[in-house]
Design a protein around this ligand. Structure first.
Ligand code: DAT
Ligand code: MG
Length: 149
């Protein structure tokens, strides 16, 4: 296993519903470290680039419309196996199928508004961190890290 970084976003529904603190708290308690964060209004250009792999899917325009409809909280979280760990905290894509105890399982209802995004692989994470943060993250030590290994 290696220290990884992953891109996580609280989507417009999560921000509007006041779930930012709850979601940040879950990643913090898990032991991941926040190394970049920005509350931002997403441009159509950025939304289309972020979801480029879904360009041909029937829900693409709805997805871009949703992500650009209201601010999102874009973040980078770091830690051992961070990509897979973040995905497991989030739960399945469709909140109706996501297990209780996961973010989508606890707070989502439909696939159209599933509260959070997380990179699906280390390669996607690298691409998304470059796209959203120009690859810039903070490097700092937390004394508690010796207890999270
Ligand atoms: P994930 O966000 O879990 O990585 P994905 O990459 O397959 O899932 O899809 C990206 C987003 O697109 C997803 O979070 C919600 C939306 N989406 C996926 N499948 C959909 C569908 N069948 N109908 C509507 N929206 C969908
Ligand atoms: Mg995805």
């Amino acid at each position: 296993m290696a220290i990884e970084q992953t891109f996580v976003m609280v989507k417009p529904d999560g921000v509007q519903r006041g779930l930012m603190g709850e979601i940040i708290s879950r990643f913090e308690r898990k032991g991941l470290k926040l190394v970049a964060a920005r509350l931002m209004q997403v441009s159509r250009e950025l939304a289309e680039a972020h979801y480029a792999e879904h360009r041909e899917r029937p829900f693409f325009s709805e997805l871009v419309q949703f992500i650009t409809s209201s601010p999102v909280l874009a973040m980078v979280w770091e830690g051992e196996n961070a990509v897979a760990v973040a995905r497991s905290l989030m739960g399945k894509t469709n909140p109706a199928e996501a297990a209780p105890g996961t973010i989508r399982g606890d707070f989502g209802l439909t696939i159209g508004m599933n509260v959070v995004h997380g990179s699906d692989s280390p390669e996607s994470a690298a691409r998304e961190i470059q796209l959203w943060f120009d690859g810039e993250t903070l490097r700092y030590d937390k004394s508690v890290e010796v207890w999270i290994r």
